[in-house]
Design a protein around this ligand. Structure first.
Ligand code: ADP
Ligand code: MG
Length: 435
């Protein structure tokens, strides 16, 4: 017996038989729509609805509270609105897909070397659901555009009238546990296994959650069996996600696994220009270039920076120029400078230039090692309190004159070569935002 019926039985003992037979007996508890805090009953006609509403809702709510130890709102409604399965599905699909952000479109997505593989994969899936890469698995660091791409495909499908479910692991899990608790698993399965497209974001959160992994596995099998498109994102390759069932892990790799890398400078610039266009902010080229060097890789920062700039300029009635921009963003850059060490600077430079940190410290004379060493020396001098002799010792250089010579050289290069200056700025910002 469900809780709704139990409550009505309790009520029966408290009222007269006539009242019970005339009104309460006709109530139907909606097991599927009700949940821990909401009890829905259907009555056959308006008279009964009104009668019960006026006299019994408080009582019924009280009895629920006794039974379930939770505060429950009671709703008495007319039975006539029996939804057909189809409309119910559409309503549900609309609810889940209303989460799609329409500005996450392909045309708003700037393509560069770092993301073109993922872009091409998602684009071709959007043109050929279920037939090219199924599932499609996109992975990469925070703020690199995974959600944007996934939703871009979702928007295309939705415009074609497909039933699209976009969800995070967290939402999927909440939905799942609620369905278990309310005994509505059937409905849950109907929803997730009968959609046309299932998009699940941030799969890494499945880690070590067995129950939901099993459910996702069966959902996957059902959808895949019906040729329905499935897409996942995560912050790492499926092989690297710990605490994942082997069968699920292997299925993640069945279709195509595509990565997104941090954007190159040019891509960052293109993204900033796009965001300016979308947000109707107009910035000069030098400001855009500057912002591109301030943000390391997380593209999400761009929007924050744009609105910060916009707000400041409005408040202070100033036209945006580079000096002003630098001032506004100074905090952003200075915040972490205090804890910088030679080690973490060298490490970041080495990583960026694809050599080993130990090589920078070595006496190696090859061109790219010397280049990396000079840059490291320069940035260490700029960002740390180390003296020239200390730097000379660390980098295995002869003495402080070797250091001052290096710094002079770099300063000349910065003056003469715009690209080199951008590179130094980018590295500096990478270092200050990474620590
Ligand atoms: P992720 O899901 O990888 O953490 P998001 O998709 O949420 O990242 O992207 C963060 C923000 O950056 C969003 O506002 C998104 O529109 C924007 N973005 C990321 N990459 C690009 C790109 N290549 N072109 C345009 N906008 C981008
Ligand atoms: Mg995301």
């Amino acid at each position: 017996m469900n809780i709704g019926k139990e409550v009505l039985n309790l009520l029966k003992e408290e009222i007269t038989e006539v009242e019970y037979n005339r009104y309460i007996k006709h109530l139907n508890y909606d097991l599927k729509k009700s949940n821990a805090n909401l009890a829905i009953f259907y009555a056959p006609n308006a008279l009964v609805v009104n009668w019960i509403k006026n006299r019994y809702t408080e009582k019924i709510s009280h009895l629920f509270e006794i039974k379930s130890n939770a505060k429950v709102t009671v709703q008495i409604t007319l039975k006539n609105k029996v939804e057909t399965k189809k409309t119910k599905q559409i309503v549900e699909a609309k609810q889940s897909s209303s989460l799609l952000n329409t500005s996450h479109s392909f045309s708003n997505f700037m393509v560069g070397g770092s993301n073109q593989f993922a872009y091409a994969a998602v684009k071709s899936v959007s043109e050929n659901a279920g037939n090219v890469y199924n599932p499609l698995f996109i992975y990469g660091g925070v703020g690199l555009g995974k959600t944007h791409l996934m939703q871009a495909a979702g928007n295309v499908f939705q415009d074609e009238g497909k039933v699209v479910i976009y969800t995070s692991v967290e939402q999927f899990l909440n939905d799942f546990t609620r369905s278990i608790r309310n005994n509505t698993m059937e409905r849950f399965r109907e929803k997730y296994r009968k959609c046309d497209v299932l998009l699940i974001d941030d799969i890494q959160f499945l880690s070590n959650k067995e129950g939901i992994q099993e459910e996702l596995f069966h959902t996957f099998e059902a959808l895949k069996g019906d040729g329905k498109q499935i897409m996942f994102t995560a912050d790492k390759h499926p092989k690297k996600i710990a605490g994942l069932e082997a069968r699920l892990q292997s299925r993640f790799e069945w279709g195509l696994v595509a990565d997104i890398q941090p954007p190159e400078l040019e891509t960052k610039i293109a993204i900033i220009e796009k965001k300016c266009e979308i947000n109707r902010v107009s910035l000069s080229k030098d400001i855009i270039n500057y912002i591109a060097t301030v943000i390391e890789s997380n593209v999400r920062e761009i929007e924050g920076i744009l609105s910060k700039l916009h707000a400041y300029s409005q408040l202070m009635h100033i036209d945006l120029n580079l000096e002003f921009t630098k001032n506004v963003l100074k905090d952003q850059m200075n915040e972490n400078r205090e804890n910088l060490t030679i080690e973490n600077i060298t490490q970041t430079v080495a990583k960026d230039l694809n050599i080993k940190p130990s090589e920078i410290k070595s006496k190696g004379r090859s061109k790219n090692i010397v280049y990396a060493r000079r840059i490291s020396v320069y940035i260490c001098r700029e960002l740390t309190q180390n003296t020239m002799p200390q730097l000379a010792k660390y980098f295995g250089m002869k003495d402080h004159t070797a250091i001052s010579h290096t710094i002079k050289k770099i300063n000349e290069l910065i003056k003469d070569d715009e690209d080199f200056k951008l590179k130094i700025d980018e590295l500096t910002n990478k270092i200050t935002s990474a620590s």
